[in-house]
Design a protein around this ligand. Structure first.
Ligand SMILES: [Mg+2]
Length: 315
């Protein structure tokens, strides 16, 4: 962040995280499954929401990353409206309802988990070596926002319990768990206005604890494997100092460019705020997704409740 720009306020960071996430999804989806070299040959550098890609998207159209996040967010808000704090069965029902809409894209592990629930009613996948994809970690922003007012995000906190519950609904894998928790804690610090250094300490702690998660130097793998996603997202966020540079760097690695772009943009939006998102990107972003993301962001974080200020944002 530049020394001259004022810190964005909490509402701008909260909206920036969710709108950023959706914008990163829409930008990256155009080049999902391409290699960095193929992107260079075709676009030079992809910097605009052009649509297309293997899903033949309209410019600004979002994919499963944003849709699953919105489904999780709706489930949390529905639970809250019913006087419950959290309801995994509601989350399961919202994911199942989303799958029934025949979404444009669904990750294999996500589909398997939702179908298992629909057939057997079980709310947790059995641990599986092959479930180390990024599909659970990618959709956790609503949990981050809904628990933002808690001081505690350690083991056993609401943040940690809800994160692991929604992740293991489809992905029961230690790397998925670790990445979702760390990305969530990084987003929490950024949303609280603590800046890039505080997020970096979370990332470095995970990398020190598990060498697999080291991201510096960047190994230049950007697949949907959650470790590759983690490294790509950390590299893009920590080696840049503004929203656009971060997201452009992430998606131009190719691979799972929509998810990697969405998560990098989530961190950048939480750090630099809504106003740092290029207006040309926001204008192109699918209207419905844009409205839903902004609306959910504020409601999940409790900003629609007068007088409510999350303690973690008071420091
Ligand atoms: Mg996607």
């Amino acid at each position: 962040m530049s020394d001259t720009s004022p810190l964005p306020d909490l509402a701008a960071r909260v909206r920036g995280a969710y709108l950023g996430f959706a914008v990163g999804d829409a930008l990256g989806a155009s080049v999902e499954f391409l290699t960095a070299g193929e992107i260079r040959a075709r676009y030079g550098e992809l910097r605009d929401l052009v649509g297309g890609g293997w899903l033949k998207l309209k410019p600004g159209q979002v994919t499963d990353d944003t849709q699953m996040s919105l489904a999780l967010g709706e489930a949390i808000l529905a639970a809250r409206a019913a006087g419950e704090d959290w309801s995994l069965p509601r989350v399961a029902e919202h994911f199942a309802a989303w799958l029934k809409t025949r979404p444009i894209d669904v990750g294999n592990t996500c589909r398997r988990g939702i179908v298992r629930y629909m057939q057997q009613g079980s709310l947790e996948a059995t641990p599986h070596e092959g479930d180390g994809g990024n599909g659970a970690a990618m959709r956790n922003l609503p949990v981050v926002l809904a628990t933002l007012s808690d001081q505690d995000d350690g083991p056993g906190s609401r943040f940690a319990r809800y994160t692991l519950a929604q992740c293991r609904f489809t992905h029961h894998h230690p790397y998925s768990d670790a990445a979702a928790l760390a990305l969530g804690r990084m987003a929490r610090r950024l949303l609280a206005g603590q800046g890039q250094d505080a997020a970096r300490r979370v990332a470095d702690d995970l990398a020190a604890e598990r060498r697999t998660f080291r991201f510096d130097p960047y190994p230049r793998r950007a697949s949907g494997y959650v470790v590759d996603t983690w490294q790509t997202v950390c590299h893009a966020f920590f080696s840049t100092a503004d929203f656009e540079s971060c997201v452009v760097l992430a998606v131009n690695q190719g691979g799972d460019a929509d998810t990697n772009g969405a998560l990098a943009a989530m961190l950048a939006g939480a750090c630099y705020g809504e106003d740092a998102i290029p207006p040309r990107w926001l204008r192109r972003l699918d209207r419905e997704a844009r409205q839903a993301a902004a609306d959910q962001a504020e409601r999940l974080a409790g900003l629609d409740r007068p007088g409510h200020v999350p303690p973690s944002a008071r420091s």
